[in-house]
Design a protein around this ligand. Sequence first.
Ligand SMILES: [Fe+2]
Length: 254
Amino acid sequence: MSHYKMSVLEETGYVVLDSYGGVVDPSEWLSLEYVDWKSSGDTRFAPIASAQGEIGCNAFWHSDPPRDDKDGIWIDSQVAKAPTLVQRVKEVDARVGRCRIIELQPNSYADALYNSHLDDNNRRNPDGEGWVIRQFMQLTDNPGSFMILREDIDDPSTETRIALPAGAQLVVDSERMWHSVWHVGDEPRYCLINSFESGPALEKWIFERNPVAKVESHPLDAGFLIEMEAEAQARRAARTAHYGYDPSRVYSEM
Ligand SMILES: [Fe+2]
């Protein structure tokens, strides 16, 4: 299969963009309808665009009829509550698949590594069309929480930790990069996530926001890193033994 891929993601699989800079009233995400859907920890999701316009989180390729993750159907009742967020996604002028808010409860760094996974973004993506990637925009102000990215989940040296203050914007090839969030604090974290088809419109939007393809990881104590890595890998190994395979290596529909 050959798909158009954006050169800006070639080096590291992600870019950090300028902060959003706008203002979004928290009611835009707090008043939405959420569904319980466990992914990468204790989570709920509020879909804004879904495969068939339903309030659900099933992968597009699970829907009836099955679809590739593009041209998501906007859900009127949710769009009415989140006009600024919808505008923010539509301004890109690229094809949007799923669009949703994630709510993540606080966790540990080891939890994040345990829950790290790859997304299944390109199942049924027709040959010759653009590679589907994910866009993340942090809503709550969590500068002490981090998006944890790894090229190889078993190699800590491939890790990048990206801080998540309000407005932080990332574009990630989440089918290539292992990802999860380590969220500290007492309150849940909220983030806007959507799929985009790679193409010139998305590239233009990215380049207008000063993409940085390699950021310095937030420093952490060496002993803490070793301890958390050991805990996470032991839990991952136990899960693999339990299932007879590593479920995080089966592309996630999340
Ligand atoms: Fe994911």
